[in-house]
Design a protein around this ligand. Structure first.
Ligand SMILES: [Zn+2]
Length: 494
């Protein structure tokens, strides 16, 4: 790719590259490391090549560095033989090549790099590295005559990680000319992809573009002279699979969309609409009234607070009925506040096959209800680490962010139906809607950095109540586990 040539030749003191996955930049970084070591860059040729984890380095050192050396007669000759006492895993992470040396290290441990002096430091997948890595890496260059720091990563969030570095740089983008009208342009997903023909086109005349044509990097922020910054998306790659990228761009879940922006386009991304909005709740309404409930089988979700917030939704008569029931809709039949003594009555009245109830904070009462029930009751606690559901007997651990995402998706896909007068659900009407709506709109999905400095998301309700939202989460869990009591022994009978 012509765009890579200029990056390969740049030996500015500080270079950052915000990139898509699979555009050849890691390979370029490997070549850079080999060249710097072999030629004795800055009179010494010490290279420190960092990846987020030791595992990545070990897989990677083997795959890329060894292959590159083995594929080249020249480099094989330049590789210094290992002293016999340093064979094994350790020697894989250190190469003596020509005049210099390459050290391969993971950044999980701060000790791993603390004693190395380098002339070129490369940080690959910077956005997965813990906080403080950059300044620790820069310190390793203090003794070099011509220090060079080379940082590359697919981005995650705006104004963080590699994107923050890029924004502090001179912000270069690659411009290529249209073969038809001659207009020079940098490629973007919105302007340069013809969705029907699945090809890259000129943003002005819509003629097909040749991404291998010689172009040029243009500086977007010339006042930032300290850092050279490059942005390279996969649209420039002759190997880009455009039909596959179009498919990825049509993803609906926040995580899949984020993957498209980050890995395919090399752009940071914040999921749109950090929560449910009024329009989305209104769009879930159908012409029916909860007064018309007529014995359909249901599942129930219970959020435990001072009062219990209960949501009851229709479920399929049988999970795998064949032929499928086209008339089935997961209609909401009840949303309200009750006490523990009313749960039994609700379960009977609404033909509840499966009920998931918040174990906290009334642990004792929730267990009592479980033990007195006729089966079909599950106690749920939130879990922040393992995805999906972890079921042990009657106890369920559910990934909080995952299931809150799923509830929102359920509404957006039209798989959670509300009655015509849903705006009145839960009482206390204010601003045109009542408590159910208010609490469903309370949680917002927000990005944050965890203790290890990695980016993640959490659902944040601020100071607002969100009991009904969690009752919907529990109802969804109840739906997902409703047939499991057939195979799982009932915990309460022990
Ligand atoms: Zn054109």
């Amino acid at each position: 790719m012509p765009a890579l040539v200029d990056i390969a030749r740049d030996f500015h003191a500080k270079i950052v590259v915000q990139k898509s996955a699979q555009v050849g930049l890691t390979e370029l970084a490997v070549n850079r490391a080999l060249h710097a070591a072999d030629s004795g860059y800055a009179g010494r040729g010490n290279v420190l090549f960092l990846m987020p984890t030791l595992d990545q380095i070990e897989d990677f050192a083997q795959a890329r560095f060894d292959a590159a050396i083995q594929d080249s007669v020249y480099l094989r000759r330049r590789l210094q033989p290992e002293p016999p006492r340093r064979k094994g895993a350790d020697s894989m992470r250190q190469k003596q090549l020509g005049h210099g040396r390459i050290f391969l290290r993971g950044t999980e441990s701060t000790r791993a790099v603390s004693s190395l002096d380098a002339d070129l430091v490369i940080l690959d997948e910077f956005d997965q590295m813990r906080e403080g890595t950059l300044s620790r890496a820069e310190k390793r260059l203090a003794s070099s005559r011509q220090p060079c720091l080379f940082v590359l990563s697919t981005p995650r969030l705006p104004e963080a990680g590699i994107n923050a570095l890029y924004l502090s740089s001179d912000q270069r983008r690659y411009f290529i000319p249209c073969p038809a009208c001659g207009e020079e342009q940098s490629l973007t997903w919105n302007e340069n992809v013809d969705m029907e023909r699945a090809i890259i086109v000129c943003r002005t005349c819509r003629a097909g573009m040749n991404v291998l044509v010689q172009g040029g990097w243009r500086v977007g922020a010339p006042e930032n002279t300290q850092v050279h910054g490059y942005h390279l998306s996969r649209l420039y790659s002759p190997w880009a699979n455009i039909p596959e990228m179009i498919l990825a761009s049509q993803a609906t879940t926040p995580l899949a969309l984020q993957e498209f922006y980050n890995s395919d386009l090399g752009e940071p991304f914040v999921p749109p609409g950090g929560g449910l909005g009024l329009n989305e709740l209104d769009a879930a309404r159908r012409k029916y009234s909860v007064q018309k409930y007529a014995g359909q089988p249901c599942v129930m979700g219970v959020d435990v607070g001072i009062k219990l917030h209960v949501v009851i939704r229709e479920t399929k008569p049988r999970r795998s009925s064949f032929p499928p029931l086209p008339e089935f809709q997961p209609r909401l039949w009840f949303a309200g506040q009750v006490g523990f003594d009313e749960l039994d009555r609700l379960m009977t009245k609404f033909n509840v096959l499966s009920c998931a109830i918040d174990e906290q904070p009334e642990r004792h009462k929730a267990r009592e209800f479980l033990e007195q029930s006729q089966g079909g009751v599950w106690l749920v606690t939130y879990n922040r680490h393992e995805m999906g559901l972890d079921v042990q007997g009657r106890m369920i651990k559910a990934h909080r962010v995952d299931f809150m995402d799923q509830v929102v998706e359920r509404f957006r896909r039209g798989e959670a139906i509300l009655p015509e007068d849903a705006r009145n659900l839960g009482g206390q009407i204010k601003d045109g809607y009542a408590e159910y709506y208010r609490e469903m709109m309370a949680p917002k999905r927000v990005p944050f950095r965890d203790a290890r400095g990695n980016f993640d998301y959490r659902w944040d309700e601020g100071a607002r109540d969100d009991h009904y939202f969690h009752a919907e989460v529990y109802a969804l869990i109840a739906e997902q586990v409703r047939d499991w009591h057939i195979i799982v022994p009932i915990w309460s009978s022990q």
